[in-house]
Design a protein around this ligand. Structure first.
Ligand code: BES
Ligand code: ZN
Ligand code: ZN
Length: 474
């Protein structure tokens, strides 16, 4: 979609008019269309299609109550998704009464609706969308808001495409190539460590997890450095398991196909670095992705194996399905050593336990840092990518005890799984005072009204970029 600003509304052309709940301007609608509407309340996501006296379509959209503000992009997305087939090549948006935040959400929603989940269908070309130009009528300069929303949505859609891609396509080297291309296109550095080098440099956990696959592991290291002379403000680390079969501790086959999304944390990191670079945020940012496939093979690592991680700590593998924490242990230890970031945030589709705890409503947030906990809670509510804090109590340390190694990767108890995983990661953070872990297992991939099966959500990109902005505006 392309955008321009318009001086006046052309009643011959299509128009979107959005209203908050019980604030519908019925007189204006009557003037425009000749229809005296009664039934339209402006409830969240409600829409109605009328015709103006001059033949343009008028899309009335309900924005709901003030409490619906954070998720209003979803109303625009639904409207666009469900009515797009009727759009002509020019669409108008009356943004005069809209706040900056609402304009941003409107563009975000319109752009997100253009995501094509059927990209691998043999008929994919037939789905080519008509080019639409959106004319925005505003009483002020809004081009920077529009551009930022558009770039945000483009990066989210690109990342959703990655998460929805099947694991025979999306190998660790595919993720690395994607990242290299993104870095070249948007102006940041991307370095990739291949298996031999990972082995030579002591990334024992990543190598162990990736051993059973014919698609060898990769460590992807992205740097978007705004100011060469300053330290790294924020490092992001993402779990990039391109398929999680469970390994020798194999998963049941029901729903195993969804485990192609086990790189949702990596996707958020890749997308957030790309977007930060596109928006030219004034921040020194690093994004590290540990990419591997957890496969079943004669060469696979086994339950009972002891591996030496990058940090030097030895780990007894109780369950090969607890592989995410293993690859993250190496990636976190490396990131701290190489970049000494002020803030460290890891994201991972780490546990089924967090899905049982918080469902599909929020990501699990683990941190000892009150400021980060408050910040993420507030930002998450604000943009409707919510997080909910869970504890890192000391008593859970016992669950990591191993008789023969420094620690084990699973407590072997069916309780507090998300906390247990977070405590394991904590052991590799060197008590970093500004570390947070986000378990996004319930959020990265889920049901939506736009697909019959579960699909990628793009969760985390806007959350991370909003967090970066909160740092840079301090
Ligand atoms: N990738 C899974 C977690 C997951 C589950 C993500 C459901 C998305 C949806 C992870 O590697 C895993 O298998 N975790 C196990 C850990 C257990 C074996 C200690 C789990 O949570 O059951
Ligand atoms: Zn697993
Ligand atoms: Zn996993």
């Amino acid at each position: 979609m392309t955008y321009n600003t318009i001086e006046s509304i052309d009643p011959h052309q299509d128009l979107i008019l959005a209203f908050e709940q019980n604030q519908v301007d019925f007189d204006r609608i009557a003037d425009l269309t000749g229809v005296k509407l009664k039934s339209f309340e402006g409830a969240f996501g409600e829409y109605e299609i009328l015709y103006s006296r001059d033949g343009g379509q008028v899309f009335l959209l309900g924005l709901g109550h003030a409490s619906d503000e954070p998720r209003r992009h979803e109303a625009f997305r639904k409207l666009a998704f469900q009515t797009r087939k009727r759009w002509s090549s020019a669409l108008q948006l009356d943004a005069r009464a809209m706040s900056d935040r609402l304009i941003s959400n409107a563009i975000l929603g319109l752009e997100l609706a253009s995501y094509q989940i059927g990209f691998l269908k043999s008929t994919a070309d037939d789905q080519e969308r008509n080019a639409v130009t959106v004319g925005i009528m505003a009483d002020r300069e809004v081009s920077s808001i529009v551009q930022e929303a558009q770039q945000t949505a483009t990066s989210i859609n690109r990342v959703k495409n990655l998460v929805d891609s099947p694991s025979n396509v999306k190998t660790p080297s595919f993720l690395a190539d994607w990242s290299r291309e993104s870095a070249a296109d948007y102006g940041y550095r991307c370095e990739v460590l291949e298996e031999e080098e990972l082995e030579r440099r002591g990334f024992g956990a990543i190598v162990a997890v990736g051993k059973g696959s014919i698609h060898p592991p990769r460590l992807i290291i992205n740097q978007y450095i705004h100011d060469e002379g300053s330290p790294v403000a924020l490092a992001l680390v993402g779990k990039g398991i391109t398929f999680d079969s469970g390994g020798i501790s194999i998963k049941p086959s029901q729903n195993m196909h969804y485990m192609k999304s086990d790189m949702g944390g990596a996707a958020a990191v890749l997308g957030a670095v790309e977007l930060a670079a596109r928006l030219k945020l004034p921040i020194n940012l690093v994004g590290v992705v540990a990419a591997a496939e957890n496969a079943v093979d004669a060469k696979s690592f086994r339950p009972g194996d002891v591996i030496t991680s990058y940090s030097g700590k030895t780990i007894e593998v109780i369950d090969t399905d607890a592989e995410g924490r293993l690859v993250l242990a190496d990636a976190i230890a490396y990131t701290l050593e190489a970049f000494k970031p002020e803030y460290l945030i890891d994201l991972a589709t780490l546990t089924g336990s967090v899905v049982r705890t918080l469902g599909y409503s929020a990501a699990g947030l683990f941190t000892e840092n009150q400021e980060m906990a408050d910040g993420f809670s507030r930002i998450g509510e604000d943009i409707h990518e919510r997080v909910w804090r869970l504890p890192l109590y000391k008593e859970f340390e016992e669950d990591l005890h191993s008789d023969i190694a420094d620690l084990r990767n699973f407590s072997n108890q069916p309780i507090a799984g998300a906390i247990n995983a977070a405590k394991f990661l904590e052991a590799f953070t060197e008590a970093h005072p500004k570390w947070a872990h986000l378990d996004i297992a319930g959020m990265a991939f889920g049901s939506s009204e736009y697909a019959k099966m579960k699909s990628a959500s793009g969760f985390g990109i806007r959350l991370l970029v909003a967090f970066m902005k909160s740092l840079t505006s301090k």
